[in-house]
Design a protein around this ligand. Sequence first.
Ligand code: APR
Length: 252
Amino acid sequence: MSRVGPGEDFEPIQIDRGTRVFVLTGAGISAESGVATFRDAGGLWYQHRVEDVATPEGFARDPRLVWRFYSERRKQVGTVRPNPAHLALAELERFLGDDLFLVTQNVDPLHELAGSKRVLHMHGELLTSRCDTCPRPPFRDERTYFEEVPVCEECGGNLRPDVIWFGEIPLGMREIAEAIDRCDLFLTVGSSGSVYPAAGFVAEARAVRDPQTGRPRTIYVGLERPDNADAFDECRLGPAGRVLPPLFRFAR
Ligand code: APR
C-alpha cells in the first residue's frame, strides 16, 4: 500500500467515460465547511455521549435531549456552505452520470448544495423527520425543537430525526453492495474507518477485485490514516478540499 504524505504532488487519476466510480464520504469531507466531525479532537463525541443522543434507547430515555442535539446541528447546517471537495464530486457526477455511485455517512445536505444530484445518505438526513410510532413516511423538516418534543399529527407519537442511530440498520445496503461489485475505482473521503458497515466497504471492494485488471483500485483521501488504512491500495493524506479537486483527470 503506497502512502503519499501531505504537501507532495499526487498523480491525478484518469477518469474515462464509462469508468464506474464508487465514493464513500464521511464527516471529514464537511470539516472544511465548518461542520464538526465526530472523533477528531473536540468532535461531537467528545461533547456528547453517543448512548444519550445517537441510540434508540437514548431517545426513549430523554427525547428532548436528543432533539436539542439534532436541533443544534440543524441550526448549524443552515449556516454552512459546500467546500471544494463537495464541488469536485459534483463535477465528477456531471462527467460520469450514473457511473458514479456516491454514498455518504453524513446527514448534512452539503453534497446536494454543491450540485450532486444522486446521493445515498446511508445514515439518514438531518433535515428530515419521521414518526417514532406510526409508519408515516419521513418528511422534510428544518424546524428546530429545543423545548418541546414534536408529536406526529397523525398518531400523536413522538417525532424523531430521520437519522440512523447505533444499533439500527443503515439505508441502501443492497444498492451499496451492487455498486461495490461493479466499480472500477473505490474512493473513501474523510472517514476514520471506525464504524461498520461503512468501514468494511473497502474490504468488500478488494474481495471482488479482478486479478487480471486489478480493478477496483482503492484509494483513501483524508487528513490521517484511517483505522482501515491497510485495506486501501493508497492513502492520499491531506485536507479533502485540497486533495480532491486535482484528483481526477477527465478523458474528454
Ligand atoms: N479533510 C479530510 N479528512 C478530514 C478532514 C479534512 N479537512 N478533517 C478531518 N478529517 C478526517 C479525520 O482524520 C477522520 O479520519 O475525517 C475523519 C472523520 O472521522 P469521524 O469523525 O469518525 O467521522 P466518520 O468516519 O464520518 O464517522 C462515521 O460514525 O458516529 C457515527 O454516524 C456517525 O456517520 C458517522 C459515523
